[in-house]
Design a protein around this ligand. Structure first.
Ligand code: SF4
Length: 393
C-alpha cells in the first residue's frame, strides 16, 4: 500500500447560494472563526491519529467559499498537517477562491499562510451571465482578482461554466480564446448541468428557462477539447485542462484512487479501505466535534468489489484511463470490465485499449456514464491468501 495521502478541508460557508449549486454550502449571518479553527483542528487531529506515518502530497481547501476563512485558520491547518505527517517536498496546497474584492484582498495573506495554488471561481467574463448564475461578483472584479492572484501565487487555475442558455459556438469560442490568453496553466471548464434540488431545477420545472439542448452542449464540449488541445492545455480529465506537469495533484489522487482524508462539514474521505463521511450541516458538525472529537457521521468499510468499481468510475474520467488488470489485482477481484463489450466500444471508436489499459476517446468522453454502465463487470472477490489492499490497514 502506498503511504501517500492527500488532505481535503471543507469550509461550508458562502455569502449567498448560487442557483446551480448542489455543494454543501450554507449562508450564515455570522461565523465564529475561532470556534471553526478549533473544530477543524480537532477533526484533523482525529485523522492524523488514524493515519500515522503517511507522506502528505497535497492539501485542498474547498467549499463553500474557503477564501472566506480567516487566513490564520488556513495557516494553522497547514502547520498542524505538516507536523502530523511527513510533507512531500513539492507539497501542493490549493485554495478555492471567489473573485470579489474582499476576498482578493486576502490573497497575500493566504499566500503567506502557505497556499501555493489558487483556484478562482470566475465562471464567466460576462456580467449578464454572472447575474444569471447568481454570482456575487462582476466581470471587472473577476479580471482584477485574477491579476491579483497571478501576483501572489505561482500556480493559478480558474473555472468557467459554459453551455448556458443562448450560448453558441461563436460566443463560447470567443470566451475560451480569451481564457486561454490569460496565461494560467490550468483551467476547469464545466458544462452547466441542472442538478436536482437546486433553484435552477425548480426554475426549469416552472419553464422559467430552458437548458441548452444536448446537441449544442456536445458541440461546445468538442470545441473546448479542440481549442484547449491546440493551446497546449489538453483535457487530462473530463472538465480539467492543464499544461504538462500543471495538473491538480490533489484531484489526481481522487481519480487515481489514492488515499485521502477529508475534514470539515460534509467532507468525504477514503483511507484505510474505508469511506468516511462528515456531518453536512455546520451546526451538527460542531456538536459532533464537541461530543466525539471528530465530525464523522459514517465510516464504512469498502468491499473489494466496491473499491474496484469506484476505481474504474474515477479513473475512466482521466485521459490516461485505467489499467483494468492492475485494479483487479490491487483489490484481489476478478475482471472489473466485460472485455467483449470493451472491444465492441473500441471498434465503435469510443474506447482505446492497449492490453489491460483502457481509455475513453473524445467521442467516448461525451458518453462516460453510458459507457461505464455498459462495461462494468461486477467484480467477484478472488479467494486468496493475499490481503487485498482495500482491507489492508
Ligand atoms: S460560491 Fe460556489 S459553493 Fe458557494 S453557492 Fe456558489 S457555487 Fe456553491
Amino acid at each position: 500500500m502506498t503511504s501517500d495521502l492527500a488532505l481535503y478541508v471543507h469550509w461550508p460557508f458562502c455569502v449567498s447560494k448560487c442557483p446551480y449549486c448542489d455543494f454543501n454550502s450554507h449562508v450564515r449571518a455570522s461565523i465564529d472563526q475561532d470556534a471553526w479553527r478549533d473544530a477543524l483542528l480537532a477533526d484533523l487531529a482525529h485523522e492524523a491519529r488514524l493515519l500515522p506515518g503517511r507522506r502528505l502530497t497535497s492539501i485542498f481547501f474547498g467549499g463553500g467559499t474557503p477564501s472566506l476563512m480567516d487566513p490564520s485558520t488556513v495557516a494553522a491547518v497547514i502547520e498542524v498537517a505538516r507536523t502530523q505527517w511527513d510533507a512531500a517536498p513539492n507539497l501542493e496546497i490549493t485554495l478555492e477562491a471567489n473573485p470579489n474584492s474582499v476576498e482578493a484582498a486576502r490573497f497575500a495573506d493566504l499566500s503567506a499562510a502557505g497556499v501555493n495554488r489558487l483556484s478562482l471561481g470566475l465562471q464567466s467574463f460576462d456580467d449578464d451571465a454572472l447575474r444569471f448564475l447568481g454570482r456575487a461578483h462582476s466581470a471587472r472584479e473577476g479580471w482584477k482578482a485574477l491579476e491579483t492572484a497571478q501576483k501572489h501565487f505561482r500556480r493559478v487555475s480558474f473555472d468557467l461554466i459554459y453551455a448556458l442558455p443562448g450560448d453558441t459556438e461563436e460566443s463560447w469560442s470567443a470566451t475560451l480564446a480569451q481564457a486561454l490568453s490569460l496565461g494560467t496553466s490550468h483551467l476547469s471548464l464545466y458544462e452547466l448541468t441542472i442538478e436536482p434540488g437546486t433553484r435552477f431545477a425548480s426554475m426549469v420545472a416552472k419553464r422559467q428557462f430552458e437548458p441548452l439542448d444536448a446537441d449544442m452542449g456536445a458541440a461546445l464540449y468538442e470545441l473546448t477539447d479542440a481549442m484547449t488541445l491546440a493551446a497546449g492545455l489538453p483535457a487530462y480529465e473530463i472538465s480539467n485542462h492543464a499544461r504538462r506537469g500543471q495538473e491538480s495533484r490533489h484531484n489526481l489522487t481522487y481519480w487515481r484512487y489514492g488515499d485521502y482524508a477529508g475534514i470539515g462539514p460534509g467532507a468525504h474521505g477514503r483511507r484505510l479501505g474505508m469511506r468516511s463521511v462528515r456531518h453536512r450541516k455546520p451546526e451538527n458538525f460542531l456538536s459532533a466535534i464537541r461530543r466525539n472529537g471528530h465530525g464523522i457521521s459514517e465510516d464504512a468499510l469498502l468491499t473489494p468489489a466496491e473499491a474496484a468499481d469506484e476505481a474504474l468510475v474515477m479513473g475512466l474520467r482521466l485521459r490516461e484511463g485505467i489499467d483494468a488488470d492492475a485494479i483487479a489485482q490491487r483489490f484481489a477481484v476478478g475482471a472489473i470490465v466485460d472485455w467483449e463489450r470493451v472491444d465492441r466500444l473500441v471498434a465503435s471508436g469510443h474506447l482505446t485499449r492497449v492490453q489491460g489499459r483502457i481509455a475513453l476517446t473524445a467521442a467516448g468522453r461525451l458518453l462516460l456514464d453510458r459507457i461505464l454502465a455498459e462495461i462494468s463487470a461486477d467484480p467477484v472477490p478472488l479467494t486468496s491468501a493475499r490481503q487485498p489492499e482495500s482491507a489492508a490497514a
